[in-house]
Design a protein around this ligand. Structure first.
Ligand code: NDP
Ligand code: 2IT
Length: 455
């Protein structure tokens, strides 16, 4: 995006005023400020010569959610004690389709985190090219250490309020941190019971009751497909690359699997207690063991070392391990400016974000300044919600597509997102994927909002 010096100065002043207003209206919500700032840094200069968007205050309207629903969730634990949690659904923007986005159950969940995630989701869903608006929800409920019965009672209570706010043409939730196959089963079961209808109102469902093949794999697979597209612009490939992955949940697992399939070597995985480093590489057999550990036995990643050797680094993140490619797949702000400098100094050529906003604003700055390939979350991890969109389509048609059909469409969507980023992010011989994703995601939603008039 080439703008004059005078336009840049005017954009800088506008950005400062815009962010000051946003912070004043949304006090104490640092993650939301960060997510909006990351987008506004690119959108404000883009708007310099686009009066219609500016006069219609599109950016201001897009950074205010359509509505926020907050509710009490009461349930009884295994000791017959009454527990109280808070439930949320942030319905951010439905300009181009029904609200769509995951539910997160984690002790850290608050309004700031869900607003950042809902805001990001609007752009991400737009990039997929599917007709989906953006939303996010969840609870400060901590599933760790809870029995199946406790998780079921919590999910049923949560859905007893949420069900009245969602529907196949209104709002379609899915999973996120702490919400996997087990939770989706309980949530969908309760929704179906209360609504007395079988519709595709939740995605990520089990394969026997409306789920789509490849949805479980989609975010991780898509993140590596996106990495492969980025490498392709430098005539390079995943094959033979040393890869550092963080996290060991859904996204990390299938990122690791696709890296393996494409001939890369996975050196690390992590959880909230630290990371494991296996210099021999986490191969197929070892990954299968990690999946069983995390998905069935619900154990800690440190147990890997007792089984297969390597090192466990307690309380640490894996970015100091030298690598060619890095895949942050755990959580927000897990990679800061110092980590980014270490990665770049060690020769890392690419970062593809599986998690949402894993890199701090400083880290993003380091990646862009050093001109490595940096795929931001809203582009790189859009494969998950894209296949959720395909699940909705299959549900509406009352049929299911084959593994190959869905995987092919996922790959096609990731390639399209990459092309959109190239179209809007190319600056000379460098592709700024952050700018490309922000501008590419913005335009479609902004044009729909313009068409609707002042809403
Ligand atoms: P899971 O719950 O399956 O796994 C989360 C992983 O991240 C676990 O290894 C967990 O460790 C770790 N983690 C969570 N919180 C923290 C923390 N505060 N500090 C360090 N590690 C942490 O979630 P997903 O794999 O589904 O989600 C991972 C990321 O990917 C999130 O940012 C999510 O928003 C994003 N995402 C998910 C999509 C999906 O389809 N599931 C789609 C697009 C993005 P522990 O077990 O110790 O808690
Ligand atoms: O952050 C995300 O894109 C998700 N958690 C997936 C959302 C979805 O609706 O599949």
């Amino acid at each position: 995006m080439a703008i004059s010096k005078a336009q840049q100065a005017s954009a800088d002043a506008y950005l400062e005023r815009f962010m000051a207003g946003l912070k004043r209206r949304n006090e104490g919500q640092p993650e939301f400020h960060q997510a909006v700032h990351e987008v506004a840094r690119d959108i404000v200069p883009f708007l310099e010569d686009k009066k219609v968007y500016k006069e219609a205050r599109i950016l201001q309207r897009m950074s205010e959610p359509d509505r926020v629903i907050m509710f009490r969730v009461c349930w009884t634990d295994d000791n017959n004690q009454v527990r109280v949690n808070r439930g949320y659904r942030v319905q951010f923007n439905n300009s181009i389709g029904a609200y769509k986005g995951g539910l997160r159950f984690h002790k850290s969940v608050n309004l700031s985190i869900l607003k950042f995630l809902g805001f990001e989701q609007v752009f991400k869903n737009s990039l997929t090219t599917l007709p989906m608006g953006g939303g996010k929800g969840g609870s400060d409920f901590n599933p760790q250490g809870k029995s199946n019965g406790e998780v079921m009672r919590f999910c049923q209570s949560f859905m007893s309020e949420l069900f009245r706010h969602i529907g196949p043409n209104t709002d379609v939730p899915a999973g996120d941190i702490g919400v996997g196959a087990r939770e989706i089963g309980y949530l969908f079961g309760q929704y179906k019971r209360l609504q007395n209808e079988f519709t595709g109102t939740i995605t990520g469902k089990g394969l026997g009751f409306g789920g789509s093949l490849i949805r479980t794999e989609a975010t991780g697979y898509g993140c590596v497909y996106f990495a492969r597209e980025m490498l392709g612009t430098r005539s390079d490939d995943v094959k033979g690359k040393n890869c550092v992955v963080s996290g060991s949940g859904n996204v990390a697992q299938y990122t690791a699997k696709k890296v393996q399939q494409l001939g890369g070597k996975v050196l690390t995985m992590s959880d909230s207690s630290g990371f494991i480093h296996d210099p021999d590489g986490i191969n197929e057999e070892k990954l299968a063991w990690v999946m069983d550990l995390k998905n069935n036995r619900r154990g800690r990643i440190s147990e890997y070392v007792d089984k297969f050797g390597g090192e466990f680094h307690e309380g640490k993140r894996p970015w100091s391990v030298p690598c060619d490619l890095a895949f942050p797949c755990a959580t927000q702000n897990e990679l800061d400016g110092d980590d980014a400098k270490v990665l770049v100094a060690n020769g890392c050529q690419l970062v593809s974000e599986g998690a949402n906003m894993p890199s701090t604003l400083d880290a993003v700055g380091v990646f862009i300044d050093s001109k490595i390939l940096f795929g931001p979350a809203k582009a790189a991890n859009a494969g998950g919600v894209a296949v959720s969109g395909l699940e909705q389509t299959q549900n509406a048609m009352r049929l299911s597509w084959s593994r190959e059909q869905v995987d092919e469409q996922l790959l096609e969507i990731m390639k399209n997102i990459h092309s959109t980023c190239v179209e809007h992010g190319t600056e000379g011989d460098f592709i700024n994927y952050v700018q490309g994703a922000n501008v590419g995601g913005f335009i479609k939603v902004a044009d729909a909002m313009l068409a609707y008039g002042v809403l």
